[in-house]
Structures are given as structure tokens and as C-alpha cells.
Design a protein around this ligand. Structure first.
Ligand SMILES: Cc1cc2nc3c(=O)[nH]c(=O)nc-3n(C[C@H](O)[C@H](O)[C@H](O)COP(=O)(O)O)c2cc1C
Length: 197
């Protein structure tokens, strides 16, 4: 079975560094017969920016957000994918706000029983990949940490491609060796065997 890879691209620049990395990553993954779908989450339309903490999702059997907007089909695709990849520029030592908005809606993909102290999620066992770039070489560890923690908490395997000193939007196009790095990351993610945590 070909691997299904969903890429959520969180940059507002359609042809910037994040877009380049995602394109090269998809090229590598596709060469290993993975089915790659890229969604530019910066251009989705939401009723609210982020999770409203209404907790309606915790009162239903299904996994998914009750708010009917563009996040819903994306959350459904996350459940259906083998790999969830998230791509973002470093913005003030964190992920872009555009990506964070959809991340918080992932609350609806977990069911907590606080009395029993349990959590269940259909995301368990998937691979969670982070693709990020920054102008300089400071702060990428701060960006990576919440993604790594989310993967650990969820029971997902975590992988990352972090490109430091990437310059301003579009500079990566002419930076030597990065294309190869991103293609190789795509190959690796598409080839990796799943090991259920
Ligand atoms: C709002 C904003 C905040 C940024 N903050 C940082 C930062 O804290 N550290 C850094 O190294 N680069 C920072 N950058 C630069 C971008 O992370 C970097 O140029 C990235 O590769 C751009 O990717 P893009 O072309 O997909 O937007 C910032 C850029 C913007 C527009």
C-alpha cells in the first residue's frame, strides 16, 4: 500500500522557502510511491481562529470538530493519513500563527476521560514530520519542542527537517544542498517502516 502523506503548509508565502521545501519533500516522497497531498493552511477560512474550547467534541463518539468550516475536512484527512507533515517558517521563535490555528483544532482528534486518566486518539502510531526554516540559526529548538512533545504525547513517531540560515523568502531556491536534503527527507519519510509506539 502506498503511504498517504498529508502536508500542512503554514507559510503565507505561496512561493517562499516553506513552499520550496514542501515541493522538494513531496518530490522525494512521491519517488517512493507515496501519495502526497499539500494543503496551504494559511489560506483556509475559519469561523474562529483556533479552538474555541467549547468541548463539544468530547461529548460525541466521532473524532472531529463540530465547527463547520475549512478545518473539518483537514482534520478528517489527518485521521486518514499515515504521515502528517507540518511545514512552517520560524516566526518569533515559534511556528507561524497560521499553522498554530489548525494545530489547536486538533483538540477534536483526542478523547480524554479525566476521571479514568485516559486519552484516545486515531493519530496514535502515525508519523509526525516537521519541516521548518529560519533566517538565522537561533531559536529552531524552541520551534521544534512543541512538535516533538505533541508527537510523544500522541504516540506518533517524530522526524524533522530544520533548515537554518535559510535567508528571506525565496532565498532557499539558490542555496546549495538544501534541495537534496529536502528530497532525501521525503524519501526517508515515505520509506520508513511504521513502528507502533
Ligand atoms: C513575521 C516573521 C517573523 C520571523 N521571525 C524569525 C525569527 O524569529 N527567527 C529567524 O531566524 N527568522 C525569522 N523570520 C524569517 C523566516 O523564518 C525565514 O525567512 C523563512 O525561511 C521564511 O519562510 P517563507 O518564505 O516560507 O515565509 C521571520 C519572518 C517573518 C515574516
Amino acid at each position: 500500500m502506498p503511504k498517504k502523506i498529508l502536508v500542512l503548509s503554514g507559510s503565507p508565502k505561496r512561493d517562499g522557502n516553506t513552499a520550496m521545501l514542501v515541493e522538494w519533500f513531496a518530490e522525494g516522497a512521491s519517488s517512493k510511491k507515496a501519495r502526497v497531498e499539500v494543503i496551504s493552511v494559511a489560506f483556509l477560512k475559519y469561523k474562529f481562529p483556533g479552538c474555541t474550547s467549547c468541548r463539544a467534541c468530547q461529548k460525541t463518539e466521532e473524532y472531529g470538530c463540530v465547527i463547520e468550516d475549512d478545518a473539518r475536512p483537514v482534520l478528517k484527512k489527518m485521521i486518514e493519513s499515515d504521515v502528517i507533515a507540518m511545514a512552517t517558517p520560524l516566526y518569533f521563535f515559534a511556528a507561524s500563527a497560521q499553522l498554530k490555528v489548525i494545530i489547536d483544532r486538533m483538540f477534536s482528534l483526542y478523547k480524554w476521560d479525566n476521571d479514568a486518566g485516559t486519552m484516545e486518539t486515531p493519530l496514535k502510531g502515525k508519523t509526525f514530520a516537521l519541516i521548518a526554516s529560519a533566517y538565522e540559526d537561533v531559536g529552531m529548538d524552541a520551534l521544534e519542542r512543541p512538535f516533538a512533545l505533541t508527537a510523544e504525547y500522541t504516540g506518533m513517531r517524530f522526524e524533522s527537517l530544520l533548515v537554518l540560515n535559510a535567508g528571506v523568502s525565496g532565498d532557499l531556491r539558490k542555496k546549495e544542498g538544501v534541495r537534496e536534503q529536502a528530497v532525501a527527507f521525503g524519501v526517508k519519510i515515505a520509506s520508513a517502516e511504521f513502528t507502533s509506539p
